[in-house]
Design a protein around this ligand. Structure first.
Ligand code: SF4
Length: 361
């Protein structure tokens, strides 16, 4: 028997075609779309505004949800980490990070990751496969339902960051389709302006991303001030080096809206890329390319076995930031969240998390 079609992956038009193929009027698609995305219902039985015969037809041919939450962990700081499985049993990780003003959901674009960033645990899995658009959207639905209850309004809106497992730009089409679906006003209504996508440096896709009409914000993971070190830490640099990356970033600047800035992420690794000299080299690099609308996010590395990197001391984190700022570069330190449940950057795919509170299994 062929696999049931996952309706969460369909755009409104595709859903209308699907309804028509079932012999239903196209307007049913609008009801189904709302049921899936606005009311965040995980089954057709719950869509009681649809005729029973249609619900039965849907059950035979389609599914509203495919991800299964295997476990979820809640951190002392309110961060929640979700470990899910796809229907072919592959891992998907999603993290919910509450702040006073807005919630952020960090979603994954691939199961595992083909890139081999040396400081990242997900890299150890290799690429298992690209996630479908429906699996990307469903991560957000699962998290919002878990935190607020099915279909309930989110009290202060949601930001998305594509910084979970995987390289989003290696799953470009599905990513963009998922973001389009999520931006619909009668759906999740998370508009591109509230989304940031982070790439390790897939240069041709940065140009393509810049040309998108409805474009989210961009972050680029840099983590080294020169090619020699970046080749080691982020082997994608051997394919597209810093010069090519910065040329793309420069071009991207031209596509930016008023007041928009893009981000270079810099994971600080104790004794590896966090010296005063490297801070100066980083500032010089940015100034050499005259990138005007960029900020640096400094991300103190999170220890995660079996990685051998050490964290940078807080004193040095602050020195690094001060040096950048003294050379005119805006630099921010990203406060680590969910460290105790291995939800922080570079820790996804950690298997055992000590001191965690498992709230479901
Ligand atoms: S840091 Fe991101 S791009 Fe690099 S290996 Fe990890 S998941 Fe992949």
């Amino acid at each position: 028997m062929s696999e049931k079609i996952h309706l969460t992956a369909l755009s409104k038009n595709e859903l209308a075609d699907f309804a028509e193929n079932l012999g239903e009027p196209r307007f049913r698609a609008a009801q189904i779309f709302k049921g899936l995305h606005q009311r965040r219902l995980g089954s057709f039985e719950e869509m009681t505004d649809l005729p029973k015969t249609l619900r039965e037809k849907l059950n035979k041919t389609a599914t509203a949800s495919t991800l299964k939450v295997e476990s979820r962990f809640v951190s002392e700081d309110g961060t929640r980490r979700f470990l899910m499985k796809t229907r072919d049993n592959l891992p998907v990780e999603t993290v919910f990070i509450p702040t006073e003003n807005r919630d952020t959901i960090c979603f994954s674009s691939q199961s595992g990751c083909p890139l081999k960033c040396d400081f990242c645990l997900t890299a150890k899995l290799g690429l298992l496969r690209n996630l479908t658009a429906g699996e990307i959207v469903e991560q957000i639905i699962v998290v919002l339902n878990d935190v607020y209850g099915t279909g309930a309004e989110t009290p202060h809106g949601t930001n998305l960051v594509g910084m979970g497992a995987g390289e989003p730009f290696l799953n470009f089409e599905n990513l963009i389709k998922a973001l389009d679906i999520m931006s619909e006003a009668d759906g999740l209504f998370i508009v591109p302006n509230r989304v940031t996508v982070s790439t390790a440096g897939i240069v041709p896709k940065i140009y393509e991303f810049a040309r998108l009409e409805k474009r989210p914000h961009l972050a680029i993971s840099l983590s080294a001030p020169n090619d020699e070190l970046r080749d080691k830490l982020m082997p994608i640099n051997r394919r597209w080096n810093i010069e090519e990356l910065f040329a793309a970033a420069k071009e991207f600047e031209k596509s930016m809206r008023r007041g928009e800035r893009f981000t270079f992420e810099y994971v600080l690794l104790g004794g590896v890329n966090d010296s005063d000299e490297q801070a100066r080299a980083l500032a010089n690099l940015l100034n050499r390319y005259d990138l005007q609308r960029v900020k640096i996010n400094l991300i103190p590395h999170n220890s995660a076995e079996p990685l051998e990197y050490k964290p940078t001391s807080w004193e040095q984190v602050e020195r690094f930031q001060t040096i950048l700022e003294s050379k005119g570069v805006s630099a921010y330190v990203r406060r680590p969240r969910g460290r105790d449940i291995y939800a922080a950057c570079g820790q996804l795919a950690a298997k055992d998390a000590p001191n965690l509170v498992q709230i479901s299994g």
